[in-house]
Ligand binder design. Structure first.
Ligand SMILES: [Fe+2]
Length: 264
């Protein structure tokens, strides 16, 4: 396994294997981050050079979280200063460091680097995101400032949709097919906390609960897998095959199905 930049962060190949193949949470706290010194991590510089989407994580009048797209770097900067976490998607296009990491992670998993989404998160002090889970693996590298992470295992193995109890979006109906109401409660007895400092790395397995709080002004890089669950991968492949056949494009009335399954 060759991964020069990741090895600088994690310090040993053994740790790397654990990160990517044991599906267990992993944290490496770093006090020194020499490889970050050449990066320009000024928020104005980052916003000016960013051509991708910007998302603002806001709170509505009912104290519920939601995210919305913002196409103005000035609006994003103002929201940031007022305490809104901002997320710069596609940051690998303007931050070479992120592009290198994205490529290395793709090589380790043996898939296209494009199946890992690079997002830069920036928050002022005492700001963060509430508990939620994402679908794919999440690799976080702290670039500037410190951030407190609270993480906990999910009772649901490999959830196929994201979820946040404090989000304005309700759990998606699909989750109800294989969960119970308790599944949507954070397992408070199992929460672990870590403060990431510049150069630290955190790996979250698929579906792990997490929430964040910036200790001081924080910038972090998230590299998140968008590799679909196997069930989505195979159902997409089956659809791609069947859609070529006229009979499978017919309406799904019982009589049509009966004709298809019992041809004369
Ligand atoms: Fe997340």
């Amino acid at each position: 396994m060759t991964s020069p930049l990741l090895k600088q962060i994690t310090s040993s190949a053994k740790e790397l294997e654990r990160i990517f193949f044991e599906n267990a949470p992993f944290v490496h706290i770093s006090d020194t981050a020499a490889f970050l010194e050449h990066l320009s991590l000024d928020i104005d510089h980052l916003l000016q050079n960013h051509n991708g989407e910007i998302y603002l994580h806001e709170i509505d009048e009912l104290e519920k979280y939601f995210s919305r797209s913002c196409n103005s770097s000035i609006e994003a900067k103002n929201a940031y200063l007022l305490g809104t976490p901002i997320a710069l998607k596609g940051i690998q296009e303007s931050l070479i460091f992120a592009r290198v990491l994205q490529e290395e992670i793709g090589q380790i998993y043996q898939v296209s680097a494009d199946l890992f989404e690079c997002v830069l998160f920036a928050e002022v002090q005492d700001i963060g995101l509430p508990f939620h889970w994402d679908v794919g693996e999440v690799i976080v590298i702290q670039l500037k400032g410190s951030k407190l992470w609270s993480i906990a295992p999910n009772k649901i193995a490999y959830p196929t949709k994201p979820f946040a109890p404090s989000s304005s979006q309700l759990p998606l109906p699909e989750l109800n097919l294989y969960t119970t109401p308790e599944s949507f409660c954070v397992p408070v007895d199992e929460v672990e906390q870590f403060v990431l400092t510049p150069g630290s790395l955190l790996y979250l397995p698929r579906g792990y609960w997490h929430k964040t709080l910036s200790v001081d002004a924080s910038i972090s890089l998230t590299i998140a897998s968008i590799v679909p669950p196997l069930v989505d991968f195979f159902s997409d492949r089956i659809r791609e095959h069947l859609i070529r056949l006229e009979k499978w494009r017919q309406p799904a009335y019982p009589a049509t199905l009966s004709r298809l399954l019992n041809p004369e």
